[in-house]
Design a protein around this ligand. Structure first.
Ligand code: AMP
Ligand code: TRP
Length: 321
């Protein structure tokens, strides 16, 4: 049997370079090696977005970003979580073996409450639906950013409990969390996140990239002074290839001012994003392309996930007639 990979992104806003380095790039690289199932977590987004137009456009945006980032529908099954009913069904079944304590400890839930988000049931049970997203495809690996590590641990806890109660059904998937990109900083130095308005989007124009990069906070060191590892250098390490050694050296020994470091970063980000713009332009020339991909992806995902759901129903004693 082919080795599978599952991952996804919520449809809550424009994907950014944090999503790309933290998760999407691994999805793209690994599509050569694994049978990829990549979803748009639109049901998850419902616990945050209560505006139908925003959800619709957010969902399309994620699919476009997947394609523009290099996910190839010939190699990767791209689908909508909501178009595969087995996700909601398995989530209901797993909910019955998930303790409240496990969910109460989830950082993402606690952080959302601390930021004043509405404490709805969807937000609380988020990790159960995510466990269903993953376990339905029996994957070997799940590439994500560091902020999803605990959700993966919860998935494995739920899978182990299921196996313990009903017999070996799920093997435990491994997270792929790359240290060097685990948390990409945003232009304010905090984690780059849609909810902090500190992102650089994958389709950002050169003008906006420059404007945003120039705003990155720096200290008062003069050009000739040595600098600390900061947000600017962290972003250079991700984006800049050819001039990185020179910039690293100038940071350690001094010799380059923040203004020049920023200008180079903005230019490098703009060149890095060019292929994304090119693929977007190409996608826009094909009407109905997105829909065709999703119809096929949804079909494949339904086939795979229904097989697991049937097995689960049998195990738990749900009559399937
Ligand atoms: P989200 O946009 O929260 O649905 O995240 C989608 C994927 O991108 C998840 O795997 C996250 O862990 C990852 N991700 C989001 N923000 C960052 C970041 N600043 N650095 C690294 N990975 C990230
Ligand atoms: N919770 C993930 C995030 O916010 C998105 C997600 C939903 C996901 N279902 C998934 C990621 C399944 C990996 C596998 O980033």
């Amino acid at each position: 049997m082919a080795h599978r990979l599952v991952s996804g992104i919520q449809a809550t806003g424009t994907p950014h370079i944090g999503n790309y380095f933290g998760a999407i790039r691994q999805m793209v690289q690994l599509q050569e090696k694994y049978e990829n199932f990549i979803l748009v977590a639109d049901l998850h987004s419902l616990n945050q977005i209560h505006d139908a137009d925003r959800l619709r456009s957010g969902t399309r945006e994620i699919v476009i970003n997947y394609l523009a980032s290099g996910l190839d529908p010939e190699k990767t099954t791209i689908f909508l979580q909501s178009s595969v009913p087995a996700h909601a069904e398995l989530s209901t079944i797993l909910g019955s073996i998930t303790s409240l304590g496990l969910l109460e400890r989830a950082h993402a839930y606690k952080d959302a409450l601390a930021k004043g988000r509405e404490a709805n049931l969807g937000l609380f049970s988020y990790p159960v639906l995510m466990a269903a997203d993953i376990l339905l495809y029996k994957p070997e690996v799940v590439p994500v950013g560091r902020d999803q590590q605990q959700h993966l641990e919860i998935t494995n806890d739920i899978a182990s409990r299921f196996n313990h109660l009903y017999g070996q059904t799920f093997s435990l998937p491994k997270g792929i969390i790359l240290d060097e990109v685990a948390t990409v900083p945003g232009i304010d130095g905090q984690k780059m996140s849609k909810s902090y308005s500190n992102t650089i989007g994958l389709f950002e124009s050169p003008e906006v990239v420059k404007e945003k990069v120039m705003k990155i906070p720096t200290d008062s060191r003069r050009p000739e002074e040595p600098k600390e590892v900061d947000t600017l250098l962290a972003l250079h390490r991700l984006i800049s290839a050819a001039d990185l050694p020179e910039i690293e050296e100038a940071y350690v020994k001094g010799g380059m001012g923040y203004k020049e470091t920023k200008e180079r970063l903005a230019a490098n980000i703009t060149s890095f994003l060019q292929p994304f713009h090119d693929r977007l332009a190409e996608i826009n020339t094909k009407p109905g392309y997105l829909e065709d991909i999703l119809v096929e992806g949804n079909k494949q995902a339904n086939i795979q996930s229904n097989a697991t759901l049937e097995e689960v129903k049998e195990r738990v004693g749900i009559l399937s007639l």
